[in-house]
Design a protein around this ligand. Structure first.
Ligand SMILES: CCCCCCC/C=C/C(=O)SCCNC(=O)CCNC(=O)[C@H](O)C(C)(C)COP(=O)(O)OP(=O)(O)OC[C@H]1O[C@@H](n2cnc3c(N)ncnc32)[C@H](O)[C@@H]1OP(=O)(O)O
Length: 717
């Protein structure tokens, strides 16, 4: 796990060997501890170089070990102190990544040499932690408080060039880093005074004071304010500030005590567990499977080097940028000349002149591409026509994909010559920024087509999740009951402000009504018209608040009839200073409108608590998540959670809706749904689904065991 070799006569080369990222699991820690002691006592050794096997220095502590009550093997803090105290100089040779505990390890060395492509950072904050093995105390002493706090709070990867400027790395080189570090550690042979003979104290970061900072109190107060306003209830970023403040104000050993105490409060916390669950859920989508048994490891993707995007509205432009940035040559097609010219300017701006994109008003331009993404208006008739044309125009074997967010993939496939080549590629706005991609397979989509779309998602840096075909797929299908509850709550006496405040306090960046104003109320209105829920499709005399025998809220429709589409029109659930304005203000008109609406329908407003808002909105969404699992539309709760965290801004420190349900307790979710369904028997989305009941009856197993119950459940359906 840590290989020891004496090279170049006098240098102990210690290489961490734990593929794929050399994480510091117990055996590695043991290996490091023993090899450092060996180097210390080996009379032949005058200096030490520390490196990682296979081009990666170290990806940090082993996250899989974190669930253990007591971690076996020597503690990282102990190992790092042993290294720092060594009388022989220790040089870190950093290739690839030095992250988290990996960077803490490098900071305990006396010198750091990095390859020009190396990246360093402290991503612990994304795992609900902070650099709690000395990193929060050593980094500020090396690069100063402001730079250290920025690196620790953002969790960002710092490129070698920047790390050199900050003083985090001593040298950056383009050649073999280990060889360079060995030579560096032996400089005594060619320079005077020799590094090996130099007193190392100034290179022992634990011995150094933090560089002084003017207006320290004001700096930390400001930092704390900023973090509070951005953290959305996450505790780890706040702890980052507290720990760095400790580094700035306390002697090293006291700072280390503070660090230990703070880490103790986070290490087994619900937030840390949720964030670490998200780390693995993000990666779980890559191991996709289909009900047919086709899987990620048995299906080969087709090579894709050219693509066409059809329709250059907001989504089409973002998709073009995402594909071009992934290195594809893209033909962007838009039949409306004016829109085409505007899109060309917008895409060029986003690509900053880079990327290989050509533009055409003619579908024929897609004839020779390997893959098409259709991104036109959400209208089945238009999409069907385009798929028919594409099927005639494109060369045999071209993959035809659609960016529809709700429509039936199989119906589109049936308009083509080769339905097995059709899949959904559902991007999220803005498509070049949002990480999620739902890859939707229909009953006739081939495993090869799914594998190709999934691999393309990976090339674009997306978190790709393969899902089955149904209205709204996974994300939008689950969103529907959530939106529905929010509207019902308004009918019963809530205000948009009350509902949004509860959801924002939970951790969403925006409440449901602010979000609807941002995306445009007319989008859902159009869909509801297509579904015959409102507009000319509704038969005369039908009660306004009932559709298909269920409770229905026409509030969104009435808002649109008033021309209130949200931010774009300057008013929606909130008021904005102008069309396109961003700052939401309470609107007296809306209060009045809601009062009149309730009066007209004989509804008596009641006080609604934040708890009821959360339970009704979130439990309804979670209940649909269980249905999605039950129906086999998502392969696992991890896939659903990845969709919600990366596509719908569900707070990471809450782990996604299904993980949240497991943390709240499935029995409690079931009880809540039963309670609300009794109060609202005309709302089927509140009726607990059978899989949830069955999980509770099986003793509410942990989330990684749900699949066994799901399998048993499906076999009985
Ligand atoms: C004794 C403990 C005391 C407490 C000390 C507390 C202080 C220290 C805390 C930490 O160090 S926490 C860990 C900090 N490090 C990270 O967050 C880095 C996480 N990893 C990554 O960001 C990426 O993996 C990477 C290193 C940038 C490489 O990315 P790449 O895309 O090349 O590969 P991946 O697909 O992400 O990963 C491959 C494979 O490896 C697994 N993995 C990655 N990092 C870790 C890790 N730190 N621990 C355990 N496993 C890790 C990852 O899950 C993948 O596994 P599979 O999905 O293929 O099974």
């Amino acid at each position: 796990m840590a290989q020891y070799r004496v090279v170049s006569g006098s240098v102990a080369l210690i290489t961490i060997q734990n593929p794929p990222v050399n994480a510091l699991r117990a055996a590695v820690r043991e290996g490091l501890f023993n090899t450092i002691k060996r180097a210390s006592s080996d009379p032949q050794v005058r200096s030490v170089v520390l490196s990682g096997h296979n081009g990666t220095f170290c990806g940090g502590a082993d996250i899989k070990e974190f669930g253990n009550v007591s971690l076996p093997g020597p503690h990282l803090v102990e190992i790092f102190q042993l290294m720092e105290d060594l009388v022989k100089p220790v040089v870190a040779a950093i290739e690839g990544f030095a992250l988290g505990g990996g960077l803490e390890l490098a900071l305990a060395c006396h010198y750091r040499i990095g390859h020009s492509k190396a990246k360093v950072g402290f991503p612990e904050v994304n795992l609900g932690l902070f650099p709690g093995a000395g990193g929060s105390q050593r980094l500020p002493r090396l690069v100063g408080v402001p730079a250290a706090l920025d690196i620790i709070i953002t969790g960002r990867h710092v490129a070698a060039g920047e790390a050199l400027k900050l003083g985090l790395l001593d040298r950056v080189i383009d050649q073999n880093t280990v060889d360079a570090a060995v030579t560096f550690s032996k400089i005594q042979k060619c320079t005077s005074p020799p590094i090996s003979g130099k007193p190392l104290d100034n290179h022992r970061l634990g011995n150094r004071p933090c560089p002084p900072l003017e207006n320290m109190d004001a700096f930390f107060e400001e930092a704390m304010k900023r973090v509070h306003s951005r953290a959305r209830g996450a505790v780890a970023p706040i702890t980052c500030v507290q720990a760095v403040r400790g580094a700035a104000t306390l002697p090293f050993h006291k700072g280390m005590e503070l660090e230990k105490m703070l880490l103790g409060t986070l290490f087994n916390s619900a937030q840390a567990q949720a964030s670490q669950y998200c780390f693995f859920a993000e990666r779980a989508g890559a191991r996709w499977s289909m009900p047919s048994g086709a899987r990620w490891d048995t299906c080969k993707a087709k090579p894709i080097s050219t693509a066409a995007v059809i329709g250059l509205g907001t989504m089409g432009r973002g998709i073009t940028v995402a594909l071009a940035r992934a290195g594809l040559s893209v033909v962007a097609v838009e039949t409306q000349e004016h829109q085409l010219a505007e899109a060309q300017r917008a895409v060029s701006r986003m690509l900053k002149g880079g990327g290989r994109v050509s533009y055409s008003p003619d579908l024929q331009a897609a004839a020779e591409v390997d893959l098409v993404v259709e991104a036109v208006f959400e209208d089945m008739a238009i999409k069907e026509k385009i798929f028919k044309q594409l099927s005639e125009v494109c060369k045999p074997g071209t993959l035809l994909t659609t960016n529809t967010s709700t429509l039936d993939i199989d119906r589109l496939a049936s308009c083509t010559r080769d339905p097995q080549l059709v899949v959904g590629m559902h991007f999220f706005a803005p498509a070049h920024i949002m990480r999620l991609l739902e890859v939707v397979y229909g009953p006739r989509s081939s495993p090869e087509a799914v594998a190709t779309a999934m691999q393309l998602g990976k090339r674009m840096g997306k978190v790709s999740v393969a899902v089955g075909n149904c209205t709204g797929f996974v994300g939008n299908r689950m969103l529907k009951p959530y939106l529905e509850q929010a509207n019902f709550l308004l009918e019963e006496g809530a205000t948009p402000e009350l509902v949004d405040a509860a959801l924002e306090e939970f951790g969403f960046p925006m409440g449901v009504f602010k979000m609807s104003d941002l995306s445009g109320l007319d989008v859902g209105w159009r869909v509801r018209k297509e579904e015959g829920l409102t507009g000319p499709g509704v038969t005369a005399g039908q009660p306004m608040r009932i559709r298909h025998g269920r409770r229905y809220s026409p509030l969104g429709d009435l808002m649109c009839e008033e021309g209130r589409y949200g931010q774009k029109t300057g008013s929606g659930w909130y008021l904005y200073d102008k069309p396109g304005g961003r700052v939401a203000r309470s609107d007296p008109w809306l209060r009045n409108f809601l009062e009149q609406y309730r009066a007209r329908h004989g509804l008596v407003a009641r006080r609604i608590s934040q708890q009821e808002v959360l339970e009704r909105c979130l439990y309804a969404l979670i209940n649909e998540g269980f249905r999605v699992l039950e129906d086999g539309i998502a392969a696992s709760p991890q896939n659903i959670d990845a969709i919600y965290v990366f596509g719908y801004s569900w707070p990471k420190h809450r782990g996604g809706p299904m993980f949240y349900a497991s943390q709240v307790g499935l029995a409690r979710v079931l009880e809540g749904l039963n309670h609300y369904h009794q109060a609202h028997p005309d709302v089927p989305h509140l009726e607990p689904c059978s899989l949830l009941r069955r999980l509770v009856a099986s003793g509410s197993p942990p989330i990684n065991k749900w699949s066994e119950v799901v399998k048993g459940h499906r076999s009985q359906l």
